[in-house]
Design a protein around this ligand. Structure first.
Ligand SMILES: Cc1ncc(COP(=O)(O)O)c(C=O)c1O
Length: 364
């Protein structure tokens, strides 16, 4: 990566920009957004108090976190999507040296560098199934750093970070910050058990960043929270801009409290589609699934041609997946696709199968 690339922001989606689609609509499997929309009452936007300021500190969102996840009010800092939290934390805590995992979500490194921190990486290797290194390897790496950023599950490899391992590290190094991005944690089979949300009250150096974007399919709204000990949130608050949570987000957060059935439906749909997709991918010779977690799969195009061949074939059929070749370690034809509605997933799987067979037949 060049120095410029370390700071330059490239979003994986935006197929219109990348492929010049000329208004053509595609089924976008590149964004990891939940397949169903929450069942909100059909209210016009004016009903959401657009003419008034929201609360200065996103109180409506804090109330959602407190009630839905059984958290203490003083441990919740509402933000404008997890992204705001990811950028706030290194800046406010004055992080100088951060340990990150790679490949992973780009913004942890960008946020740390913008805050003036030096960044070093622990690699998740394809040859090891992108498994997490052992606890002693991680401990040795963070000895001369002051913070570690991780995600559970990791995007795009799906690697899980066991809660107990994270807590062991946090307890062993009480003078270092341990930041966990749980943007996708609600998809975990063992949620809320897998989450660190309820630990932050007792461990001052653990910070959880959560998003309501993914699971509730609300990327346009920008909703999330930083969860941490009240003393730690006090430091973050010295740096956080006011008014970053808007009135619509506050109102919608209240509606989310009534979405219990929706949450159950999403979790069941993801679990059953995941099993189906894994089974069907075994019958696609040109594509190998290399990782999966939450609502997405990491896969590698192995059919002997460049990944562009697959991407172009899919675009012609109104399908778009995430080209992962700009992640270090995934240059060799990796891509990611999310789980959508069953019939949409079937359509994507059919296209995988057809192209893979066609190319196989040509090379035989
Ligand atoms: C792992 C991960 N964390 C955080 C975010 C940011 O989420 P939000 O939309 O809440 O800012 C994303 C978005 O793609 C993500 O993939």
């Amino acid at each position: 990566m060049t120095q410029d690339n370390l700071y330059h922001h490239e979003h994986g989606g935006e197929p219109e920009r990348r492929f010049g689609l000329d208004g053509k609509r595609v089924l976008d499997f590149s964004v990891n957004i939940g397949p169903l929309s929450p069942p909100f009452p059909d209210k016009p936007l004016s009903a959401f108090d657009l003419h008034r300021y929201p609360s200065i500190d996103g109180r409506g969102v804090a109330a959602f976190y407190r009630d839905r996840f059984d958290l203490e009010d003083g441990c919740v800092l509402p933000v404008n999507g997890a992204s705001e939290g990811i950028y706030l934390v290194p800046r406010a805590l004055g992080i100088r040296k951060a340990v990150l995992f790679t490949p992973s979500f780009f913004d942890y490194g960008r946020a740390c560098r913008i805050a003036g921190a030096e960044v070093s990486f622990l690699g998740l290797e394809e040859s090891e199934g992108f498994a997490l290194p052992g606890v002693e390897t991680i401990a040795a790496k963070i000895r001369d750093a002051d913070a570690m950023f991780a995600a559970n599950p990791n995007n795009p490899t799906g690697t899980q970070f066991p809660r107990e391992m994270f807590l062991e590290l946090a307890r062993r190094f009480p003078d270092k910050w341990f930041v966990m991005d749980e943007a996708f944690i609600q998809y975990a089979d063992d949620f809320p058990g897998a989450s660190l949300m309820r630990e932050v009250g007792s461990l001052k150096n653990v910070i959880v960043i959560h998003s309501l974007t993914k699971f509730y399919a609300l990327p346009g709204l920008r909703l999330g929270a930083v969860l941490a000990h009240p003393g730690t949130l006090g430091i973050l608050l010295r740096y956080k801009e006011p008014w970053t949570v808007n009135a619509v987000a506050e109102r919608v957060a209240g509606e989310l409290l009534r979405c219990g059935d929706y949450e159950k439906d999403v979790r069941e749909l993801i679990a059953s589609e995941r099993t189906k997709i894994l089974g069907r991918m075994e019958t696609v010779p040109g594509i190998a699934v290399r990782g999966h977690g939450a609502n997405f799969f990491l896969a590698r195009w192995n059919a002997g041609s460049d990944l562009d061949r697959l991407l172009e074939y899919l675009i012609e059929r109104n399908l778009y997946v995430r080209d992962c070749r700009n992640f270090p370690g995934l240059e060799d034809n990796f891509f990611r696709f999310s789980i959508r509605k069953p019939e949409e997933n079937d359509y994507l799987l059919d296209q995988f199968q057809q192209l893979s067979r066609r190319i196989g037949a040509m090379t035989e």
